[in-house]
Design a binder for this molecule. Structure first.
Ligand code: GCU
Length: 637
């Protein structure tokens, strides 16, 4: 039987305007129906009463989006029970029923943790994975409000609780939260996430990166509890002069006009103030004379208690000032040379994304052994544990968002994504004394659109946190035929406090002998940080100083480069590339790289290479010189 339809008689082309309009309508509807997590995260989550949801989760690998395409056809509605998506967490009992998935019998992965390093079948996997975790909740014991906290999920997450969608989050390295107070069930609950780590041109980062695209729930998952009205955020810091402690606090809930008390018991400091109708309060207290400044030599942290009539939270906070003065960086008013190292967030022993306190202690412990007082957490926000361990160990930090290489500068969504990641990072870490530099980008080709994109990020950062310094790994160039003369005049440098750039003279740019003859022309009178230099070396490979990928070549390049650093006007620090070998799909050289970027000073086996000791020796000398200068200035009449 042949069916005939009226529209079959009308030329198809005449329907295009209608189909276009329908498509736009559908896109607008779906775009508007996807909710996001909280705008501003609850601060200081590890001090909150919480139930950890870390551990073994059931997972279903879903390369064809089998579990999701149905969802896209279902409207999302945060208020009514919405069809959560194809992979609902339901167990089939009826033997006649057809269901081609079952979480209860699916494979398991550990959270936190990327999937690539947990299952060889997922080593290169880029796509969707559905995670399911059940957990018990005792409503009788509960405080007034509950929130789900995710330390990070790479890259896009759609979150469902008890079959209803809470919303989605985009961005692989920043925390996000959903309130679940009215969604939890007394007894067993089912938490399902669809995680997709596919790379996209308009994403942040974009398609191409020199690091492994680890997918999954890569950091802690917590169920937080709070009173009905609670301290959702607070900031406690020295002002730029160091003469005052500036405190801001924010309440969230229905009883906002409460008295706020801030205490620093060790300084016998306790002050109260009434929060305004919006729950906001601020204090500006003269710095107690006996306050000990935080510094790498003396990373003093104070217990700070912020309480209201209904809530109490406490944090360990260091007090220091950071500023620039001409070409100097001043920490607590004293010039400092930042003896740094760049670090990727990977634990080479376990493999995969680093995420916990022990990982942070391993990586920052190696930095300390190297003689560092500074670390560049490349190229994305590391875990909160990394920053808190740096606070404890006295390692200053450069933090950055993955605005890396060829970002889609003209795309408004891309800009919104970058701004959101930056805001979340600053709000998460602005009470951490170790953090001194916010970096906007890494090696981004110069264009008007790029510089304006980055300037927007600077404006946001200055508003969010005027107390820290701003930089980025900017561009360096030479005039044609004058490759030995390096010029740093990236237009973005006009907006930053520090001029930082990556330079690979001797590796990507000539051979190490070229290092001895390069000259530098630095545009502005600002401090300079060489945010990357280095060479690849397979740990244990020996040769001479011209044998690529030998330890000898790498050590020779380091020896020549540290000499050259002293010739750069305004050099105030460096973060050589990189502490440890790290995985990258861009490094295939068999027998040497095998999928690893070998520029580490430490091999993926944890063995130090010769260049480690070259840099360690240089830093030891820099430290002695600084201590000598300091003691001479103190002895000076
Ligand atoms: C670049 C980039 C790094 C990369 C390094 C390299 O400077 O910033 O992310 O890993 O060079 O080529 O090893």
């Amino acid at each position: 039987m042949r069916l005939s339809f009226p529209f079959m008689k009308t030329p198809f082309l005449s329907y295009i305007p209608f189909l276009k309009a329908l498509t736009l309508l559908l896109v607008a509807f779906f775009a508007s129906t996807s909710a996001f997590g909280r705008d501003d995260n609850i601060a200081n989550v590890y001090a909150r009463g919480s139930q950890t949801l870390n551990g073994k989760w059931r997972v279903i690998v879903d390369p064809y989006e089998n579990g999701f395409y149905n969802h896209r056809l279902q409207p999302y509605d945060a208020t009514e029970p919405a069809y959560a998506g194809y992979f609902l967490d339901r167990t089939v009992t009826d033997r006649t029923a057809l269901q081609e998935y079952d979480f209860d019998t699916a494979q398991m992965l550990t959270v936190p943790g990327d999937w690539n390093s947990q299952d060889d079948k997922l080593f290169y996997y880029e796509g969707s994975v559905w995670y399911r975790r059940t957990f018990d909740f005792d409503a009788t014991e509960a405080q007034s409000r509950q929130f789900l906290h995710f330390g990070a999920v790479n890259y896009e997450a759609h979150v469902y609780l008890n079959g209803r969608k809470l919303g989605k989050h985009v961005g692989g390295f920043t925390p996000f939260q959903f309130e679940v107070t009215d969604r939890l069930q007394d007894g067993q609950n089912s938490l399902v996430l669809m995680v997709n780590n596919e790379r996209h041109k308009d994403a942040v980062p974009t398609l191409n990166t020199d690091w492994w695209n680890y997918g999954g729930i890569t950091r802690d998952v917590l169920l937080l509890e709070t009173p009905e009205t609670f301290v959702s955020d607070f900031n406690v810091t020295l002002d730029s002069t160091g003469e005052f402690i500036e405190i801001t606090t924010q309440l969230e809930g229905s009883q906002l006009s409460q008295e706020i008390t801030v205490e620093i018991p060790e300084l016998s400091l306790s002050k109260s103030v009434e929060a305004n109708a919006e729950g906001y309060a601020e204090l500006r207290l003269p710095t107690p004379p006996d306050l000990q400044r935080w510094s790498p030599q003396s990373p003093k942290l104070y217990e700070v208690v912020v309480s209201s009539e209904s809530d109490r939270t406490e944090d360990r906070i260091g007090f220091r000032t950071i500023e620039v003065d001409g070409r100097n960086i001043l920490l607590n008013g004293e010039p400092i040379f930042l003896r740094g190292i760049s670090i990727h967030e990977e634990n080479p022993f376990r493999g995969g994304r680093a995420f916990g306190v022990e990982d942070a202690q391993l990586l920052l412990g190696w930095a300390k052994e190297l003689g560092c007082n500074f670390a560049r957490l490349a190229h994305y926000p590391h875990s909160e544990h990394m920053v808190r361990v740096a606070d404890e160990m006295g390692i200053l930090l450069w933090e950055e968002i993955p605005v890396y290489w060829t970002i889609s500068w003209e795309n408004e969504e891309t800009l919104a994504n970058a701004r959101s990641q930056l805001k979340t990072l600053v709000n998460r870490d602005r009470n951490r004394a170790s953090v001194i530099i916010w970096s906007m980008a890494n090696e981004t080709p110069i264009s008007e659109a790029r510089t304006m994109f980055l300037k927007r990020l600077v404006d946001d950062t200055r508003e969010l946190d005027p107390t820290r310094l701003i930089s980025a790994a900017m561009e360096v160039h030479s005039e044609p035929g004058k490759g030995d003369h390096k010029i740093v005049n990236d237009p973005f440098g006009a907006y930053t406090d520090i001029l930082s750039f990556n330079q690979y003279v001797g590796w990507y740019d000539g051979l190490p002998e070229k290092i001895d003859r390069v000259t530098w022309e630095i545009g502005d009178e600002k401090p300079v940080i060489i945010s990357e230099f280095g060479a690849g070396a397979l740990q244990g490979k020996r040769g001479d100083a011209l044998t690529r990928f030998s330890e000898d070549f790498q050590a020779d390049l380091y020896s020549r480069t540290v000499e050259m650093l002293e010739r750069i006007p305004g050099i105030s620090g460096t973060t050589p590339w990189v502490l440890v070998d790290f995985r990258s799909p861009r490094r295939p050289l068999a027998g040497v790289q095998d999928g690893w970027n070998r520029k580490g000073l430490i091999g993926d086996n944890g063995v130090r290479k010769q260049a480690f000791y070259v840099l360690q020796d240089y830093y030891e000398k820099k430290k002695e010189k600084a201590n000598k200068a300091k003691s001479e200035s103190e002895d000076a009449p």
